[in-house]
Design a protein around this ligand. Sequence first.
Ligand code: FAD
Length: 369
Amino acid sequence: VAAPPPVDVDVCVVGGGQSGLATAYHLLRANRRRATPLSYVVLDDRDGPGAAWRDGWDSLRLFSPAGYSSLPGWPMPPWTGEGNPPASHVVDYLRAYEGRYALPVVRPVHVRGLAECGERRLLVDAGGRGWRARAVVNATGTWSAPFWPAVPGMRDFAGRQLHTRDYRRPADHAGERVLVVGGGNSGAQVAADLALADVDVTWACAREPRLLPDDVDGRRLFELATQRVRDPGAHAGVGSLGDVVAVPDVRRARDERGLRAVAMPERLTAAGARWADGHEAAFDTVVWCTGFRPALGHVGARPAGEGDTVVPDGWERGDHAVRSAADPRVWFVGYGDWCGPASATLIGVGMAARAVAEGVARTLPDVAP
Ligand code: FAD
């Protein structure tokens, strides 16, 4: 059967998580001011709404209340259970958000690449399906590009190695000795999840993790991000966006189970790990909570090291919107601070999405019908 011909659209948003939906919302708003509205589509490779929030471990909760986790236009409904909302509440919210604004999300569609196709359009190639777009907004997040560091001995280790992305619940590790590696929020929370369920866990970090004071939660981090948008030179004051939020489970694991970080082992061995001072410990499983990189393989991104740009030919920022330095039709939203402070959070992405949607609308001038 011949492949259907590519569909012409003005804007193609790749990725249907919070970043793609927030961008679509702002395109909708930009259209209200246009004589000729822009046509747009959101392509997402999942089977249903919720993006990365579908994949979190069972006990994953937001580090801030619902009121501080809203996308533009419509606040996240309050969570009536205990504590901050679980990931499933975010999935429900994203599903309802799509429906509320009738956002044109097409699933499942995995975008493989972009190619020139004439008339100053880019072919968004999904293998057998295609869209010919005048602008492409990448909003593919990071969850599908887990970062595995290169640690000596990784290949020798005879046990199991997982990434944060594959960790689900302590019951899967009952009776095991688990090494959790990573000093960020994921490392702290996975180590706490295991410790609270009495799994024998060792939490190793390259640097001493900086736990924020107990009364500082995600809200304060968002305030810091907002402050940085207004004044990029502002001193961050208490903590910074890279610090670990002492969510209730992390506090309990620290106070009730004595969870503390240890130094990174020098290398893995067949049976476990060895530290610089020569001592060794046996492990059944290593969980690498070592972060993610932008999922930009479809724009030709290379795997990159810490701090590298993964955008081929670089990127540039104007009016808070980020786009390719080489191709002004290609935009980026939601990948982290290089796309705007806190742009990889629910409440923070709105600002970046608005800047990109308005930037795109400016580059596709309005024409009277
Ligand atoms: P995603 O949610 O990853 O969505 C991108 C979508 O694009 C996915 O559906 C993906 O499958 C799809 N996709 C990828 N590649 C392609 C392709 N080539 N073609 C088509 N589709 C593609 N933020 C908060 O605000 N509060 C929190 O408490 C919080 N906790 C977090 C805890 C953890 C453990 C992690 C990892 C992150 C947390 N975050 C939190 C950060 C942030 O909200 C998420 O990273 C968020 O998922 C980013 O949204 P996104 O839309 O940019 O990406």
